[in-house]
Write a protein that binds this ligand. Structure first.
Ligand code: SF4
Length: 428
């Protein structure tokens, strides 16, 4: 979501005359878009921000904007006191505060550009890709649900991104049409609980219905969405996915813990049994599909046995990928206020490594099944003399080819598989 916000902001700044530049020392406007989902991310953001202080003292004319989850949607008084050298504090996804400031302080250079800035502030004009993506980007993120109202006990996102708000469907479709017109072939719809799209406004379609509308957008070849929640992965949604060939059989379905007591204390609202039942249903309906999951290790009070239940669940569910995180208390969350962070750092690391080790084995086995099979790849870039792209199931595949492949969909025979990528040859 932060990447999507940064891309949007870059685009708007470019439209009013600014260009990206490699070094903060050379920049007129510096935006630090922050994530605080874990302590380590927040520490990194504070480190970067502190490193800008001296520069701002020497060059007070530079504009520094702190954006994102570190600012959040609430009162910024404490932040202003702590970082007085920051000019602007913007909530996640908020572009208008910085734009308004640049207009007010006459930092939008010409009359023409000022009128563009004004019209961006006043109306939704679709979305222009920023320069570095223009002409070469194949995939784009499209946020469709902002914020989250779920309140898992460990999660700071509802406190920082605010309550769940779905974007109007017309705005989403217009944006995707505009992206398709700029060469984008694949869109990934984003939401903290993306399957809850439309639940906050009875006049909006559901995600299942929205997928049908997006499917009609000419030029868009592939559609993905993330992140799902086991309680909202409806049969209607699965029906739409099955009916619409452009919707990729790729599921991002977090479990967070494999132990029911830990899940209860996480306020996740489901059991491991329910999770496994959904996984089974997905695999029955989509024999060729992939499931990625999220897992937290070292949640307050998580015993060795409870952690073992998480490993057991991974053995049973066999996800294609586990995004594993070590628990860290986040300010204001229920778990921070009411539970003790009592699993040692060393133990959290050990559990983290155990999950990574197990996942590597699971993914290696899954990927081996692709060997000598033909898969359809949408190519998105080039690295180390090879073109790379993704299977419908989101597996990364590298291919050698004398002709450029970016933006093309080709059938590829897989000749080598590893846990994190595969190699193939264009099928004749
Ligand atoms: S569903 Fe839970 S983990 Fe996901 S953003 Fe909402 S509160 Fe956080």
């Amino acid at each position: 979501m932060n990447v999507a916000d940064s891309i949007r902001l870059s685009s708007v700044l470019e439209q009013i005359g600014y260009l990206p530049i490699g070094q903060p020392e050379q920049a007129d406007v510096i935006v630090l878009n922050t994530c605080v989902v874990r302590q380590s991310a927040e520490d990194k953001a504070i480190g970067r921000l502190s490193s800008l202080k001296k520069m701002k003292e020497q060059h007070p004319e530079k504009t520094i904007c702190l954006m994102g989850c570190m600012v959040g949607v609430g009162d910024t008084t404490a932040l202003k006191k702590r970082f007085p050298y920051v000019d602007i504090f913007s909530a996640p996804s908020d572009i208008s505060t910085l734009l308004g400031y640049l207009l007010e302080t006459s930092k939008v250079p010409t009359e023409d550009l000022r009128s563009i800035a004004q019209s961006i502030l006043e109306k939704d004009e679709g979305f222009t890709l920023p320069l570095e993506m223009r002409g070469n980007a194949v995939s784009a993120f499209v946020p469709i649900v902002l914020g989250c109202s779920h309140a898992c006990s460990y999660c700071v996102i509802p406190l920082r991104r605010g309550k769940e708000i779905s974007r109007p469907p017309q705005e989403i479709i217009r944006e995707i049409q505009s992206l398709a017109g700029q060469g984008i072939k694949e869109v990934t719809l984003l939401g903290q609980i993306v399957d809850r799209y439309g639940y906050d406004d009875p006049t909006y379609p559901t995600l299942a219905e929205l997928l049908h509308q997006i499917h009609q957008v000419e030029g868009i070849e592939r559609i993905r969405f993330l992140t799902s929640h086991p309680n909202w992965m409806s049969d209607d949604l699965l029906d739409s996915m099955q009916a619409l060939p452009k919707v990729m059989p790729h599921f991002e379905l977090p479990i967070q813990a494999g132990d029911d007591e830990v899940l209860r204390r996480m306020h996740r609202g489901y059991t491991s049994e329910k999770y496994l039942a959904i996984v089974e249903k997905i695999r029955a309906r989509f024999p060729v599909s992939s499931i990625a999951t999220d897992l937290i290790v070292g949640f307050p009070g998580e015993t060795a046995t409870q952690f073992q239940h998480s490993l057991d669940l991974l053995e049973l569910a066999k996800p294609d990928m586990t995004h594993v995180a070590r628990y860290s208390p986040r300010p204001g969350t229920y778990s921070t206020l009411h539970m003790q962070d009592d699993v040692s750092d060393a133990e959290k690391w050990e559990r983290f490594r155990a999950v990574e080790h197990l996942q590597e084995q699971i993914t290696t086995n899954i990927n081996t099944q692709y060997l000598n099979n033909e898969v359809s790849i949408l190519f998105e870039g080039r690295k180390k003399e090879r073109w790379y792209g993704r299977t419908p199931t989101n597996k990364l595949v590298f291919v050698e080819s004398p002709t450029p492949l970016i933006g093309k969909i080709k059938n590829v025979n897989i000749t080598w598989t590893g846990p994190w990528s595969m190699i193939g040859e264009i099928a004749q």
